[in-house]
Design a protein around this ligand. Structure first.
Ligand code: FES
Length: 164
């Protein structure tokens, strides 16, 4: 807890707390408003750290279990920080058959990151996703907005290294 009565968190600075307080205040007595509150707070902070979920729960007078339940149910919410770049590896059938699993292992080992997580330096978030609709290019990786086809475990690191 800092001197303004807000929990200390490295990703939430002093300009963010008043905005968060305002969001909570304006939704406090509205039923079902928790989704809107989480969405708006995530827009400010970039994700929903545990400390923020607790703070929102207290402010909205909702049990912890309910706030966590909503935050983890909807794919739109993230409780881990996002990296500067997002790597999506397609785990659909065509990509699977063509060896995406080896590609995934290579990325996991090289950058010490698990699927669904972000590297410690916040450079990448790694996601395994369903068919990206580009099966003819299998195995497929999308980094930010760029689609890379025919990605092998040999080539993948070279491609990713272009994204700093
Ligand atoms: S299965 Fe990977 S793009 Fe369709």
């Amino acid at each position: 807890m800092n001197r303004t009565g807000h929990p200390d968190h490295p990703d939430i600075d002093e300009t963010m707390w008043p905005q968060i307080d305002q969001i909570i205040k304006s939704h406090r007595n509205l039923s079902g408003a928790i989704i809107a509150v989480l969405r708006e707070c995530q827009d400010i902070v970039g994700y929903l750290p545990v400390e923020l979920l607790d703070y929102i729960g207290q402010g909205m007078n909702l049990p912890r279990s309910e706030v966590y339940g909503v935050a983890s149910f909807y794919a739109l919410f993230s409780m881990t920080p996002k990296g500067r770049h997002t790597i999506k590896l397609c785990l659909g059938t065509a990509c699977y058959v063509k060896g995406i699993k080896e590609v995934m292992s290579r990325v996991v080992n090289q950058y010490h990151v698990k699927e669904g997580q972000t590297t410690d330096d916040r450079r990448f978030s790694l996601q395994g996703v369903r068919c990206l609709g580009a099966c003819g290019l299998a195995p497929v990786m999308v980094v930010d907005q760029d689609t890379h086809g025919d990605v092998s475990s040999d080539k993948v690191i070279e491609i990713i290294e272009r994204y700093q």
